[in-house]
Ligand binder design. Sequence first.
Ligand code: ZN
Length: 249
Amino acid sequence: MKLDNGNARRVGVISDIHGNLEALEAVLTSFAEARVDRIFCCGDVVGYGASPNECIELLRRREIPTVLGNHDAAVLNDDELVFFNEMARDAALWTRGVLTEESRRWLSSLPMTISRYGSLFVHASPTDPAEWNYVLTYGEARRAFKAIEEPLCFLGHSHQPFFITLRFGEIDHIREDVMTLGENTSHLVNVGSVGQPRDRDPRASSVIWDLAQGTITLNRVEYDVARAQQKIRMISGHATLAERLARGE
Ligand code: ZN
């Protein structure tokens, strides 16, 4: 697979930070240790967690290209709140209340997709990004592959990391932590969630794409869960929001 890499050697991809600054800082530290030289974010920077402005500030300072997620959109626009449960809605409204004007303006500026290095970055399924569809089944993966021209697509949204490939019409689910990019193959990568993993592994999730090696590696890092929980308990009456971080669900 040949890609125009713009001189990047290792690309870190994050998603679904959800205002969890402790998790975001831990992931950025792990990227520095792995000598990642470009970072992209697949959206949902805010919602649920207690540090939305701080997370936005960090992404802005690092100039990390970011796409819009459904929770980011819900903070900006009431129409997007319609499909939210009470907990998600309360979190979005709290976030809306504390967001600085600068943060709000930054969120408003986010695109639905970014195409770079021959790969596509999007929050939910690329079939129709603003519909926020999940990619959870092989059928949904097949539809997602149909919608992309690039051989590689990074997404988030479900908070469950996966590597799925399409080669000569055959779908394959790579169950290892490293995927080697293949010729004549399309690749769909869910990078998992930095700030609220839901695959029963509480460690922050992200991936590292090594352009020279042609590999994508799942990157799980421990962070100060107790501190993130403590901050959520101070701002939210929904105990689940804090508890779930320790269980990774
Ligand atoms: Zn999310």
